[in-house]
Design a protein around this ligand. Structure first.
Ligand code: Q9C
Ligand code: ZN
Length: 371
């Protein structure tokens, strides 16, 4: 079952960004959702699509993101225009580099300063409706997450009834944009503003009536298969043992300063942050074998109740902003490896920018999970 909303197409449409110093079109485009949706609609035997969105309000979002950051996102564009900023949207000109900010006691007082304080790069343009679009993506993801509870209970029941085995886990997919995994507690960046996966994960853990096997909250394992490291999700859950955060990503690309396998978590979270960086030469077999090993060594021993996948297909060989050698043949294999975990799974859309193959590649993962 697929959860989406037309607002993911109509809202948040920046005209340009900067890549390697050059002005280019904004790769995280509304067209991305359109081509994925088209593929899913062409395969009605595999996918049931719903545009039903429940409003969970601010509460689950503010459990992950700081109030001042949310206030900033909501009002940045109007302040930007008032201060004479370009109508394309808010882009930071000055970011508090740690070597500068170390001694700085000066508070960000206007939007030009705040744009740098609350954003870590030039790939997250805030337009008039960006906050609404990110809010909507989070609400769609939460709607799917609520359904995950329901289908998981059904799954347990039919196992108890002997009607199915643990090899047929239910899967849901939130087709959303903007994506989320680069968004930290109070910083946006990398096309991400609100961390959809983190918001969904935290909301699941906060459900008072939802108890895990040990009587505590349900356990969640996050599998981040976007080409880029999910610095946001890592930061948000760095000091906690639930969820387990695992990521396969490039060892030589954006966001450059996180994603090392030395980042293992801190305090209670130590050992619950698993980064597997891979070289740009990574092929289908290498990728799938590494994923299978990650699942065997880390995900299965964690004994989670749910899997949440940060689903990026910018691992694709012709992705315009990425660099692996992975082909379209790999995606059904990836989906199948995730299915074999045997747990109720929520897929949440992150990156993937090769418009021609985006539908096939995302659909390939989802169909591989079903098959
Ligand atoms: N040379 C996601 O996939 N610019 N974000 C990178 C690389 C930003 C990617 C430049 C890429 C952000 C969700
Ligand atoms: Zn990515």
């Amino acid at each position: 079952k697929v959860f989406t909303s037309t607002l993911c197409t109509t809202m948040h449409t920046p005209q340009y960004e900067f890549l390697s110093g050059a002005e280019t079109h904004y790769y995280e485009s509304p067209e991305r959702r359109e081509v994925i949706l088209k593929y899913l609609q062409e395969h009605p035997d595999s996918f049931e699509i719903t545009e039903r969105v429940e409003d969970f309000g601010l509460d689950p979002i503010s459990k992950v993101h700081k109030k001042d950051f949310l206030q900033y996102l909501e009002h940045a564009y109007e302040e930007w225009i008032e201060e004479g900023g370009h109508p394309n949207g808010v882009l930071p000109g000055t970011i508090p580099h740690y070597k500068v900010a170390r001694l700085g006691k000066q508070k960000a007082s206007n939007v030009l300063a705040k744009s740098g304080e609350y954003c870590f790069d030039m790939s997250a343009v805030i337009t008039k409706d960006t906050f609404k679009a990110a809010w909507n993506a989070a609400q769609v993801t939460l709607t799917a997450t609520k359904d995950l509870i329901r289908v998981a209970e059904q799954y347990e029941q039919s196992i108890a009834d002997g009607a199915t085995s643990r090899e047929n886990p239910p899967g849901l997919y939130a087709l959303v944009r903007p994506p989320g995994h680069h968004a930290q507690t109070d910083v946006c960046g990398g096309y991400c503003f609100l961390n959809n996966v983190a918001i969904a994960t935290q909301w699941l853990m906060d459900q008072p009536n939802l108890k895990g096997k040990d009587g505590g909250p349900k356990k969640i394992a996050i599998l981040d298969i976007d080409f880029h490291h999910g610095n946001g999700t890592q930061e948000i859950f760095y000091t906690t043992s639930n969820p387990l955060y695992t990521s396969l990503h490039s060892n030589e690309d954006y966001p450059y300063f996180t994603g090392s396998d030395l980042e293992k978590g801190e305090g209670e979270g130590l050992g619950f942050n698993i980064n597997i960086p891979l070289p740009h030469s990574t092929t289908d077999d290498e990728y799938v074998e590494t994923l299978e090993k990650l699942i065997k060594d880390h995900v299965l021993p964690y004994d989670a109740d749910y899997i949440i996948v940060s689903l990026g297909v910018d691992t694709y060989k012709d992705d315009p902003i990425a660099g692996f050698l992975v082909t379209s043949d790999a995606y059904p294999r990836i989906g199948n490896a995730i299915r074999k975990i045997g747990l109720p799974t929520l897929f949440v859309q992150e990156g993937g920018y090769c418009i021609e193959k985006l539908g096939l590649n995302v659909g390939g993962i989802l169909q591989g999970f079903l098959a």
